[in-house]
Design a binder for this molecule. Sequence first.
Ligand SMILES: C[S@@+](CC[C@H](N)C(=O)[O-])C[C@H]1O[C@@H](n2cnc3c(N)ncnc32)[C@H](O)[C@@H]1O
Length: 221
Amino acid sequence: MSSIRSVVSTLSKNPLVLKVRKTAFKGTTEYWESRYAKGGNSGAGSYGREAEWKAEVVNDWVAELGVASVVDLGCGDGNQLGLAKYPRYLGMDPSATAVRMCMERFADDPTKSFLAYDPQALADPAGWLRGDLALSMEVIFHLIEEELFENYMTRLFASAERYVVICSNDTSGSEQGPTERHRDFTKWIERTQQEWELDRRVEPPSDINLMSSFFLYKRKA
Ligand SMILES: C[S@@+](CC[C@H](N)C(=O)[O-])C[C@H]1O[C@@H](n2cnc3c(N)ncnc32)[C@H](O)[C@@H]1O
């Protein structure tokens, strides 16, 4: 498995492959919908040992902090969610195909709701879509357009009463192709979200093939 990843990683840095992929890229929202519609999934980080580690971190925090509800912005195909232990959950994603996959998979689970949404056509100042904890797992470094990034980050913090959990890469400039844009998102949070403070940061263990770390933000007292 690791040799396949290394070939994919080498190919994804090839200038010709990068040029073809950049020309074909139509935007973040279109990219993910078309990927799921063609039978694709949420990516390697949402499967296997990587998904297990991500679930362990969030499940432990949810239990320890007594979190009653989770709003997940960018829930994906539901494979990662299959490992989650949350009392009450709302999964949102701009890809209607991904949301339908979740609806089908969790059709018998009354604790989980799902919503496909258009990031440019949703305002929730009244807090209908707010939870105890807002979750963002491996979404931020896939947000290519600046406006989409600003929209997403603002919505993420507005979706949380007490905690925000982010799993992403915090180093700019290490992209592996046109579907990634790495940003120092912690600086954006420091600059714009003054009611929030970083409480914990957890790095992946050496056997986990993820470039993301976990960040737990809590609302200041
Ligand atoms: C790499 S997948 C991660 C899925 C899931 N969080 C996980 O960890 O398995 C990235 C997801 O982000 C979603 N996404 C893209 N743009 C988004 C946006 N503006 N708001 C919320 N989710 C978005 C994609 O549709 C895709 O399902």
